[in-house]
Design a protein around this ligand. Sequence first.
Ligand code: ARG
Length: 296
Amino acid sequence: MKKRVIAAIMAMTMAFGLAACGASKESAQNTTATQEGADTAADADAKEEIKTVTPGKLTVATSPDFAPYEFYAIGEDGTPELAGFDIALAGYIADYLGLELEIVPVDFDGVLMEVQTKSVDIGISGLSPDPKREAIMDFSELYYVGGQSFVTSVDKKDKFKNLDDTNSSNLEIGAQTGSIQVDLAKTYSSSADIIQLSKVTDIVAEIIAGKLDGAYIETPVAESYAKNYPELYIALDVPYEGAEGAAVGVSKGNEALLKGVNEAISKALADGTMDEFVATANEKASGEIHEGLLDN
Ligand code: ARG
């Protein structure tokens, strides 16, 4: 079963790559057509300078356990498809740079590692531009700002009235491995048993199953899963002293790529494209498409 799902995902990833290829060819043609203007020609030169892991491709690591950023939506025929505003933004950036999109789905700590080891060009994964990560990757401008929450199950909701209530030795509190939510857990729930899991979907499943008492999760993600799983309860807003918001993690030292990614982001923010991506992702993430999501 697991194998079949993986094969389907790979097929979807490939189909997505091909679709992105068509789109980038189109924009390459458009660029040629408008190259009269000196600015456009200069832009095209700058884009040509961009070096990527696989020439002609933009290789992007993401951790699709994070609706509405990136997740597997269950398509009409039951096959899982990559969806979310990060996936849409990845396609947009690839298109802007005239590159074919290649998505590499991995767990979140894998995203950090793939970018650090330069096995991919960028990571788009609801990444917080945490200063502690600056040694291993460069960060783009922010493209989205969420917030932090403490979640629990509906039947435990009265146990957590404030953050102090999360700081007790008889609690098991979850956070995704490698994420800034581990820092939040250590800050506010240091007396608790902090359980690190590699997928947010597993954290949600364990809360619902009563195995975890609660967890730290990015607010838009908590809202998205709470909509689909009414047993999940968003108990508290959590202050975060670090770098709030999501940025693209760029392979360290690739200045031309960082510049291109930033240009694409400002364009998507300025012309309303990013808003559209977010609206579409929220819509997709609130349908019955979430069925089976916890298995992935
Ligand atoms: N924003 C948090 C961080 O950067 C969590 C990101 C998790 N992303 C994901 N796709 N699971 O640490």
